[in-house]
Design a protein around this ligand. Structure first.
Ligand SMILES: [Zn+2]
Length: 163
């Protein structure tokens, strides 16, 4: 008798609570001795008696999910005592929103650049082709427009040469 109880290591819960792990221990299937921290966290946050009560209220096939949920929340609660896993969720939601905004802005840029490439009359000129290899700036179109009616630009060039 003594040898059989010695060979079966107590579950993490019973070891933590310093009690004898009985064959019908409610914790044993979900708190194996190899994961002592799992029970320590859950016990610290929820209390062993509350966990025991909860496990007895939950159907056997739902107990593993319930324990994993408790363990996850307990770990999050220890890291962030105020918000728990809600804190982690809201951080991830903010990250998703920021990345979505970045993606929208990048897609808008891509559409703008693709549209700027469309007009063929500007692409045909050799000097603009060189510029087209880099980025497209709105000022480039202003320069092209200025080039078509050269009045203002040439007069300013003349005044620069005169001075
Ligand atoms: Zn036990």
């Amino acid at each position: 008798m003594a040898s059989s109880s010695y060979s079966n290591a107590p579950c993490a819960a019973c070891k933590c609570l310093r009690r004898k792990c009985m064959p019908d221990c409610v914790f044993a299937p979900y708190f194996p001795p190899e994961e002592p921290q799992k029970f320590v966290n859950v016990h610290k946050i929820f209390g062993a008696s509350n966990v025991s009560k909860l496990l007895n209220e939950v159907l056997p096939h739902q107990r593993e999910d319930a324990v994993n949920s408790l363990a996850y929340e307990a770990e999050a609660r220890l890291k962030d005592p105020v918000y728990g896993c809600v804190g982690a969720i809201s951080v991830l939601q903010r990250q998703v929103m920021r990345l979505q905004r970045e993606l929208d802005a990048t897609n808008a840029d891509l559409i703008r650049y693709a549209c700027n490439e469309m007009p063929p009359q500007f692409g045909a000129r050799s000097d603009t082709n060189e510029q087209n290899s880099g980025f497209y700036f709105p000022s480039q179109w202003n320069n092209n427009n200025d080039g078509s009616h050269e009045g203002g630009e040439s007069s300013s060039m003349v005044s620069l040469r005169d001075s």
